[in-house]
Design a protein around this ligand. Structure first.
Ligand code: ATP
Ligand code: MG
Length: 177
């Protein structure tokens, strides 16, 4: 999977819609402390289905919505869109994944304009060997956590990296039926 574009509106410090094209190769995000570098990565992780507000440095999920500043009022919703290129049997295909949260209404997900469940988004990224908990996304302070991880947790990281994490979700589903 290759992420081609990230569109962020009302998420944390990204109050005005921001459109980021991500070119092939290595991308660096640089800027002074507090300018929003971690928020950018969190927007990506959030859209991939991150369910823990704490791991997004908030108390509740609604804390990701722009909370206002001295000069700007707070927003009522946050929306992030990922345009990704996914491999198919005969080439690649573009897919847009959108997550939106509204105050008092919770999160909603769309894949290519269709309303879907959080688990559909999680499966899409699990099959592509990436996702909210992918070892490809290393947050500040995460290195220490990897070193201190229990073997079972480390196995989960390896399975995610190997692209087989989605199989466990499907097996649990099958066992319940
Ligand atoms: P560092 O270099 O220190 O790691 P950074 O570039 O990663 O900094 P972030 O942590 O991404 O910076 O951004 C922090 C900023 O985001 C703070 O100014 C904080 O007030 C702002 N912020 C976080 N959540 C919200 C929110 N819900 N609404 C408005 N601003 C927010
Ligand atoms: Mg940071």
């Amino acid at each position: 999977m290759r992420i081609k574009r990230l569109r962020i509106a009302g998420f944390k410090s990204f109050v005005d819609p921001a459109d980021l094209r991500i070119e092939p190769g290595l991308t660096g995000v640089v800027g002074p402390n507090g300018c929003g570098k971690s928020n950018l990565l969190e927007a990506l992780r959030w859209t991939m289905g991150e369910a823990s507000a704490k791991s997004l440095r908030g108390a509740e999920m609604e804390d990701v919505i722009f909370a206002g500043t001295a000069t700007r009022p707070p927003r009522d919703f946050a929306e992030v869109s990922i345009l990704a290129e996914l491999p198919t049997a005969d080439g690649v295909e573009e897919t847009e994944i959108v997550r939106r949260i509204e105050r008092g209404a919770g999160s909603a997900y769309r894949i290519d304009g269709r309303d879907v469940r959080a688990r559909d988004v999680a499966l899409l990224f699990a099959d592509a060997a990436t996702g909210a908990h992918s070892p490809a996304l290393v947050s500040q302070g995460k290195i220490g956590a990897v070193i201190a991880a229990k073997p079972a947790d480390r196995r989960a990281m390896l399975e995610e990296a190997a692209g087989i994490a989605g199989l466990h979700v499907r097996r649990r589903d099958a066992e319940q039926k």
